[in-house]
Write a protein that binds this ligand. Sequence first.
Ligand code: FMN
Length: 244
Amino acid sequence: MDTLNDGILLDCLNRRYATKQFDPQRKIDPEDWATLEEALLLTPSSFGLQPWKFVVVTDAVIKKYLVAASSGQRQVADCSHLVVFTRKNLTERDVDVYLDRIAVVRGVSLVSLANLRSTIIAKLFNQFSAKHRNDWAAHQVYIALGNFLTSAALLEIDTCPLGGIDPDQYDRILGLRSQGLSTVVACAAGHGAATDAYASLRKVRFPKDKVFMEVSTHFPSPSENWRTDAMGQPRSAELRKVRT
Ligand SMILES: Cc1cc2nc3c(=O)[nH]c(=O)nc-3n(C[C@H](O)[C@H](O)[C@H](O)COP(=O)(O)O)c2cc1C
């Protein structure tokens, strides 16, 4: 496997920016698109449940309707591919479909997956309310969005994540509700127009020391060393920030 070096990774991540103007004439190469779909398929999720469907829109008429449901954002119309990231309105049936898939792919019996089934059902359907379950599924969907943004950047494909959309209107235009799906977020992908001034704006990020914190059991003075309480648990007050 070819390895990606640190410099190339950071170059790609620095080059990635939320594209405001796409070149409507430039479409994503079909081979690259196929790779991006594979990358999306490989997105990890809690329990491996994949509570999502990615709706790919290239049709100009549908995109036009979606612009109106996206506060008029032109990226929706001008991009090559618009991906609507939807979450499943999960039912126990979705869990069983997933377990069937594990059984087929890994050649194991459903009986051997009974404990996994109980764990998933207990958490998602006994412990969680419907709202909690929907939020949980939406969180998984955002992992897919992040994966998509980075994968596209590595292929030098421009993207714009789109949270400024009306999910209900998206659901209606795309006929999603009847399929047990709800829009979470969208992402336009394609090639930025040469006139997009955002491409050359400096990245605004907080300095590293405001974003990272490290904790340690090693203190400057040995007399202050790491202590535990009577139960052998670390006293949280003993944890020291060593990097900020
Ligand atoms: C979840 C999410 C939703 C976003 N929604 C929009 C959007 O609706 N329209 C837009 O132009 N940019 C949107 N952005 C882009 C952000 O404004 C942008 O990523 C941020 O300002 C950092 O800039 P950069 O991505 O160019 O580094 C969104 C970004 C994320 C991660």
